[in-house]
Design a binder for this molecule. Structure first.
Ligand code: GLN
Length: 490
């Protein structure tokens, strides 16, 4: 198996059968990272020694662990998810050198499933961004076009899977951070329902929006990883009891009689022509396979970006208050003997946080402050309920809602960095599933004429990832772009 053909499902089968050792798989993965990642910078940390030792442990237990669903599968973890003893920076200077004393629940579950963690992937600082340019450790490049961004905030996670540096990445999605980079890098990205996957050990950005999910090459792999991650966790009170859908109920997919709604009015303006063409082509393919496509109305969708950019910064301003130089990470050196603790906090945070994080903390603090709270935060929460009501009404008549993942293909590095509003507006199609908590998936939808990937997004009813995966499997199986790969080579 060449790394380019690697899937989690394929690797697991080969390792379980004894056709490949986990060590061999891991070594090939590390070789490829060494050969390619100098150009991409998908990883902030590569865990060579730990990964090889872990792969040997998997091989030593192959008999007893044979049924584990990710046996010997290399997994890359976004650098905002805690990994015991291994650097976890959230793309921020303020956590430079921080090594958490514990694993996030998702990491524990991956290890229990037999996975091998190969490294930590680059992201926008505290997952705030859409391009990975806000990482304190430098940008990641898009494997399809090195002068372009890979998306964000999970740009490293998406680039790693697209360039076959790892078959699976685990990342987070607060307003599109799994789906948008998946779209820009031509891979599958799944944001599960709010409450489906534990966030214990995730460095919180906006707690009412954050979810953890997989980026993979195939829908089958996304389903396999979701099964491993999903389920209640006593350490995260927001997790739901809902059992994960059984694999056998999902695949192979089938769309006969499935009703797919399209919010046509929301696609009328501001969407790139090639994005619309690709979206319509994917819909036509699904209709040909038996899906019923119809219009749905989401009248408050136009407010999703402004609502998100009040709620997310408000929650972030509160969550990031803990980075004060006392318990973890960077602490400013005070040379002035008269300077007190408040001065230490202020200097630590001024030095440790980058410009975008500071902008969000200020916006959020403003929106929550006395006199403005009702006008901004409370008002945003009311509109958030209206957005959710729109979706509930639409789901009375359809099984899934489809729209492009992004209004444009990947933009150039530097293109939007000085224009936060342009950056934020690109999130128009992704933020509403975070505001509503609904599950959503981005599937590869072919390439533009300039060979830049595009994403087809499906949003589902609460805890109905199954329908998204079933539809996704049909699209993937029959898509003419199925075997397209980015030009990066060793
Ligand atoms: N691009 C969005 C933002 O900047 C979403 C980020 C995310 O999902 N973490 O907030």
């Amino acid at each position: 198996m060449a790394p380019g053909a690697w899937t989690a499902t394929g690797i697991r089968a080969a390792v379980a059968a004894g056709d490949l050792s986990a060590r061999e798989v891991c070594a090939r993965c590390l070789d490829r990272i060494a050969a390619v990642d100098g150009r991409l910078h998908a990883f902030t940390t590569v865990l060579e020694d730990a990964a090889l030792a872990r792969a040997e442990e998997v091989d030593a237990h192959r008999g007893a662990w044979r049924d584990r669903p990710l046996l010997g599968v290399p997994v890359a973890v976004k650098d905002i998810i805690c990994t015991r003893g291994a650097p976890t920076t959230a793309g921020s200077r303020i956590l430079a050198g921080y090594r958490p004393p514990y694993d996030a629940t998702v990491v524990t579950r991956l290890l229990d499933a037999g996975a091998v963690i190969v490294g930590k992937t680059n992201c926008d600082e505290f997952a705030m961004g859409s391009s990975t340019e806000h990482s304190a450790y430098g940008p990641t490049r898009n494997p399809w076009a090195p002068d372009r961004i890979p998306g964000g905030s999970s740009g490293g996670a998406a680039a790693a899977v697209a360039a076959a540096l790892a078959p699976v990445s685990i990342a987070t999605d607060t307003g599109g951070s799994i789906r948008q980079p998946a779209a820009f890098c031509g891979v599958v990205g799944l944001k599960p329902t709010y409450g489906r996957v534990s966030r214990y050990g995730l460095l919180a950005f906006a707690s009412s929006l954050d979810q953890i999910g997989p980026l993979t090459r195939t829908v089958e792999d996304a389903a396999a990883v979701l099964q491993v991650l999903a389920g209640p966790d006593p350490r995260d009170a927001t997790t739901a009891e809902e059992p994960a859908p059984a694999m056998a109920d999902l695949l192979p997919g089938n769309v006969g009689g499935t009703r797919i709604g399209v919010p046509r009015a929301a696609l009328a303006a501001g969407v790139d022509a090639e994005v619309l063409d690709a979206f319509n082509a994917a819909l036509a393919l699904l209709a040909e396979r038996g899906a019923e496509v119809c219009d749905v109305d989401l009248p408050h969708m136009q407010y999703a970006v402004p609502v998100y950019y009040l709620v997310a910064p408000a929650e972030a301003s509160s969550n990031l208050a803990r980075y004060d130089g006392v318990r973890y990470g960077h602490r400013a050196a005070l040379h002035d003997a008269a300077a007190g603790v408040p001065e230490m906090y202020a200097r630590t945070r001024s030095e440790g946080f980058g410009a975008e994080v500071k902008r969000r903390i200020m916006l959020g603090t403003y929106a929550l402050s006395a006199g403005y709270y009702d006008a901004y935060y409370v008002h945003a929460q009311r509109v958030r309920s209206l957005i959710r009501s729109d979706y509930d009404a639409a789901f009375a008549g359809v099984d899934a809602i489809a729209m492009p993942t992004t209004p444009t293909p990947a933009f150039r590095i530097g293109e939007r960095i000085d224009d936060p509003l342009a950056m934020y507006l690109g999130d128009v199609f992704t933020v509403s599933s975070n505001l509503t908590g609904l599950p959503a998936i981005s599937l590869p939808a072919g390439l533009t004429r300039a060979r830049l990937p595009l994403g087809f997004q499906l949003i589902g009813r609460p805890f109905d990832e199954a329908t998204l995966l079933r539809i996704g499997d049909v699209l993937e199986r029959d898509a003419p772009w199925r075997d397209e790969r980015p030009p990066v080579s060793a």
